[in-house]
Design a protein around this ligand. Structure first.
Ligand SMILES: [Zn+2]
Length: 304
């Protein structure tokens, strides 16, 4: 209880701090040339500042529980409208500056939690604009492609994950304290109105929780794992292994047998466990079209 009441900052003070950190982010950005921006490690401070902004936005809008309401947050960041654009291809969203601030365009096919993630991500992109005058002006040129990914993109995704699943609020739930489980991951993702993959990324990679386990999501195709769809989230203490490689589990006949059993899971959120002397595995189905599954592997020998 104490942690909720001990905040010494008033709403005005939080707003001032927010304003100062946003200016700091833009100052850091102004100080970089496109070449510096591309260099390895050049964005760690920016990333930290961006996640601090997300944390303060949640506080400044008085939110103390999940799921996060994005409405007051987007307004605060000058996003006046969110519209569906049937011309955008699937999974694409766009931030458009205008004389009143910004408009976010979302692909017409997007629904529910995907729209929330897209909005949170686009709010992250507003940080890359100078908003001291309207319409806001982009501080850096539109695309700055690195061999792997545009850094504006990953900073905006880091921002989005802190915004939708703030460290403080997630760590206040029983989830991180309990044992890792695929079933819990599905339950919390639904409750927090984010996708299962988004939650796995946040819990395991960003927050470093459940470090003795590895979680993975995949689509089922004819009762087999559809390999290109596999995403792996490995806890920091879990031994490195190639999930898809020769030493991996996926190619073992035992694992294939377990995946084959998934057809027996008729209802969503149903799950099953399997254990031998070395490991514990749990699967949970969380979507039917296409059939999607999240799994967790734990090695009890690592302890908890
Ligand atoms: Zn983006």
């Amino acid at each position: 209880m104490e942690s909720l009441n001990s905040s010494p900052l008033s709403k005005e003070e939080i707003s001032e701090q927010l304003h100062a950190v946003i200016s700091e982010f833009r100052r850091q950005l102004f100080g970089k040339t496109p070449d510096i921006f591309r260099q390895k490690g050049s964005c760690l401070r920016l990333k930290k500042t961006a996640t601090k902004i997300a944390e303060l936005l949640v506080e400044a809008t008085g939110q103390q529980k999940l799921p996060i309401d994005l409405e007051p947050i987007r307004k605060r960041m000058l996003v006046h409208t969110v519209v569906e654009d049937p011309n955008l291809s699937a999974f694409v969203s766009e931030l458009c500056p205008d004389s009143c601030g910004f408009e976010i365009k979302i692909a017409g096919k997007e629904r529910g939690i995907r729209v929330r993630a897209a909005i949170a991500h686009e709010i992250g992109h507003t940080l890359f604009y100078d908003t001291t005058r309207l319409p806001p002006i982009r501080i850096f040129p539109n695309t700055l492609r690195t061999p792997r990914m545009d850094k504006q993109e990953w900073i905006s995704w880091d921002f989005a994950r802190e915004l939708l699943l703030p460290r403080k609020l997630v760590c206040d739930t029983p989830l991180p304290n309990g044992l890792p489980s695929a079933e819990k991951m599905v339950r919390y993702a639904k409750k927090w109105r984010v996708s299962v993959a988004f939650t796995c990324h946040r819990i395991i990679r960003d927050l470093g929780l459940w470090k003795n386990s590895v979680m993975f999501t995949f689509s089922l195709r004819e009762n087999r794992m559809d390999l290109p769809t596999v995403r792996v989230y490995r806890g920091k203490a879990f031994p490195r292994f190639r999930l898809l490689g020769r030493e991996g589990l996926v190619t073992s006949s035992e694992f294939a047998r377990l995946v084959g059993k998934l057809q027996e899971l008729e209802t969503l959120d149903d799950c099953f466990d399997w254990q031998d002397t070395l490991m514990w595995v749990q699967f949970s189905k969380y979507s039917t079209s296409p059939p999607r599954v999240v799994g967790v592997i734990e090695l009890p020998s690592l302890g908890y």
